[in-house]
Design a protein around this ligand. Structure first.
Ligand code: SF4
Length: 350
């Protein structure tokens, strides 16, 4: 069945005309969908019963069916959602005293297939529609009973390889008549899809950009990211500089720290150099191991040594706390476990 939020304005108008309903009904429905976060037309009590039934017969008001949840000891909640075609995606809600953050997915699976990532292990199944992206945010607001403060597009999938639907979704999320989020409360992450970064820069929005850098040389990146969707670092960094200038937003480098892979003195010196060149902040993320994969994070002292080294070089650095490690909160792990698959299975070759 069609998702109501994915209809174009023209298709909605045609449906209301065909059902002899006045145009103002659309505004009433938007109010329920985007301001009161309802999941069904039946809840729209100020609409005539006949209209509610006609809408229910033709459309779905909400794209996701919650299919599982795990809560970690730190309060992080990981959700598994079933979509209309029975595919599944994950979303993570990270509460904190300062701000609540939701991490949303943009694809079922991921075509990039990074070696350390459970989401990419099975490749791409399909892109999410705009409403499947938006409804992850609405679901989080419902769960919290208030608006989340912060949205990070860092779940399953490479957001910039589903750019058209992502732009439509984020425009809905930021539309004052819909969810009304400030652009600066949204961070879009990418593994470094150069045409996508350029297109995002040209879109003249002010979302934050996070580059999953993970290595400071093309050689080391080649061990982590298969060549099909990997761009040369020099081009990625050019595109990031362009983004910073056009969007007026600082870029963040995300760096999943993997023992023996990208934690050497040379790699970290390279990271400092790239961050300086790009005037980027660095987020160090000690690798969120499942205990069954082939990668692991350096120990606490090793992480601190790297942070000290970056700070000494004048880099603004933060260590991202490993949220929800006890519930497989790294992207794609819960979905794969539910499907009975191992957490990582990709072996990259140059
Ligand atoms: S880390 Fe991101 S880009 Fe890489 S496979 Fe996972 S979801 Fe895709």
């Amino acid at each position: 069945m069609k998702l109501f939020k994915d209809l174009t304005a023209e298709a909605k108008a045609a449906w209301f005309t065909a059902h002899n309903e006045p145009a103002f009904r659309q505004k009433q429905i938007d109010e329920w969908l985007y301001k009161r976060w309802v999941m069904s037309f039946a809840e729209m009590t100020n609409l005539p019963k006949g209209l509610r039934e006609a809408l229910e017969a033709d459309f779905l008001a909400f794209a996701l069916v919650p299919a599982g949840m795990r809560q970690a000891s730190d309060g992080t909640k990981k959700y598994l959602f079933q979509l209309g075609d029975c595919e599944t995606i994950e979303g993570v809600l990270i509460p904190s005293p300062r701000r609540d953050t939701v991490c949303i997915s943009t694809q079922v699976g991921c075509p990039v297939r990074c070696a350390f990532c459970a989401s990419g292990a099975g490749g791409l199944v399909r892109n999410l529609t705009a409403s499947e992206i938006v409804d992850q945010v609405i679901f989080s607001c419902r769960e919290l009973k208030e608006r989340v403060n912060n949205i990070v597009v860092m779940g399953m999938g490479e957001p910039l390889l589903n750019l058209d639907n992502l732009l439509t979704a984020l425009d809905t999320i930021c539309d004052p008549d819909k969810l009304g989020f400030g652009q600066r409360h949204i961070t879009v992450s990418t593994s470094g899809i150069v045409p996508g970064i350029r297109k995002l820069a040209e879109s003249e929005r002010q979302w934050n950009l996070a580059l999953s850098l993970h290595a400071s040389t093309d050689e080391t990146r080649a061990k982590l990211i298969p060549k099909e969707n990997r761009y040369p670092l020099v081009d990625i960094l050019d595109a990031c500089r362009e983004y910073r200038e056009m969007a007026g937003r600082m870029v963040t480098f995300e760096y999943a720290l993997i023992r023996g892979m990208n934690d050497t003195h040379a790699e970290i010196a390279g990271l400092a150099r790239l961050a300086r060149d790009c005037r980027a902040k660095v987020n160090i993320i000690p690798y969120n191991s499942t205990g069954r994969g082939k990668f692991s994070a350096p120990d606490r002292a090793g992480v601190q040594r790297i942070v000290d080294e970056l700070v000494k070089q004048g880099i603004q650095v933060a260590v991202r706390k490993e949220m929800g490690a006890d519930i497989q909160a790294a992207c794609g792990q819960l979905r794969r476990q539910t499907m009975g698959l191992p957490p990582e299975s990709v072996e990259n070759e140059e």
